[in-house]
Write a protein that binds this ligand. Sequence first.
Ligand SMILES: Cc1cc2nc3c(=O)[nH]c(=O)nc-3n(C[C@H](O)[C@H](O)[C@H](O)COP(=O)(O)OP(=O)(O)OC[C@H]3O[C@@H](n4cnc5c(N)ncnc54)[C@H](O)[C@@H]3O)c2cc1C
Length: 413
Amino acid sequence: MSTLQTDVLVVGAGPAGSAAAAWAARLGLDTLLIDAARFPRDKTCGDGLTPRAIAELDRLGLSDWLRSHTVNQGLRAHGFGQVLELRWPEGAFPTWGSAVPRTEFDDHLRTLAVSNGATAIDGARAVDVRIEAGRVAAVSFEGPQGRFEVACQRLVVADGVRSPLGKLLGRTWHRETVYAVAGRSYVTSERSDDPWISSHLELNDEDGENLPGYGWIFPLGNGLVNLGAGSLATAQRPADVAIKPLMHTYADRIRDDFRLTGDLQQPASALLPMGGAVSGVSGPNWALIGDAAACVNPLNGEGIDYGLETGRLVAELLAASHPRARIGAAWQGILYAHYGEAFSIARRLAELVTIPGLLPTLGPLGMRSRFLMTLALRWMGNLVDDADRDAAARIWKLAGRASVKLDQRRPFH
Ligand SMILES: Cc1cc2nc3c(=O)[nH]c(=O)nc-3n(C[C@H](O)[C@H](O)[C@H](O)COP(=O)(O)OP(=O)(O)OC[C@H]3O[C@@H](n4cnc5c(N)ncnc54)[C@H](O)[C@@H]3O)c2cc1C
């Protein structure tokens, strides 16, 4: 078996892994990025990039590239007989969003990592780890070229929602915390250039049963919209929902409004652990990032932004540490410091939504008030940064601080 060597090995070249590799290479670290898939590859996703993601992509120097795709100015919320157009809030984040199909987006990010100095291999699946003195000494891969091993000083695990490599290292997903079941498809639409993303807060299945979740239309500006739906669930209240039929029902309902001109293309669905509902996020020389660490916002299901952020944060930690230093406690602390309070309150609120009847009762009240919905957009998007000092930001931070005190299991623990 042949052996390669690197300082930083990043497994998984989604947004999290490619961002980690790009930053690690920029910071001067010897970096190898390996993915099981061959790029370009698809990934089941809404393709939506909210201001939080735009901020991170701007840091990577991708604003101009993004602006050559679609640009949106906010969310059009539909539900309970109302339609409200809510601009992205003013604050520490940009005031625009975008949407790029993941086949193109992820390929572009991976190419960026390579142009920043990382070496990339695709089509090779991580299948095993070799541990020596408690540290990951090497990871074994299988690909068309056969089995090979990569010896590394530090390992970044960015292998997505199922995190097979994370599991080998002891990562556990806690399903008693709220999670999502979601699906997406592509549909041709005469409103593919709509400057708003749309969400339908009343989501009904084929039998007209109301579900705790929402449907979305994210215009892609290329003749297509990304049409999807997601429902929230917990181990106590599992989502009894067939996502693909749900997307068909949803598409039929909004077909005329959104001038959909074709059938659903490439429908696909996935489970989504959220809100840091995993333990075992790090060890002496390894760290989980992105979906592998359940870095997904429980209130809107977005995780590209957190993938990009955790990619940068882990690279900064590695660059600041000696290659033989123990980084496990530091990485868990960084995840908790950045996201613990916000994820705690967000998953508490998302769990409330799974209580039957609550959304249909409170939804109409919320949708009657532009003020309340503007606040909801900001909080649901976690568009609150340490630099924000306004009342809405303070309330959100206070709620987060109170929420973690009530947690039986804190995020990332
Ligand atoms: C239906 C749906 C809609 C969504 N919509 C949005 C949205 O609109 N906006 C948003 O921000 N987020 C959205 N999300 C969440 C978003 O898709 C994820 O948070 C994001 O992809 C996380 O990126 P990642 O890099 O952590 O993981 P991924 O993008 O999943 O990348 C993981 C990579 O690891 C590779 N890999 C896996 N196993 C191995 C292995 N053993 N060896 C080597 N490589 C491996 C995979 O091939 C893959 O390329 C949605 C999710 C779903 C399911």
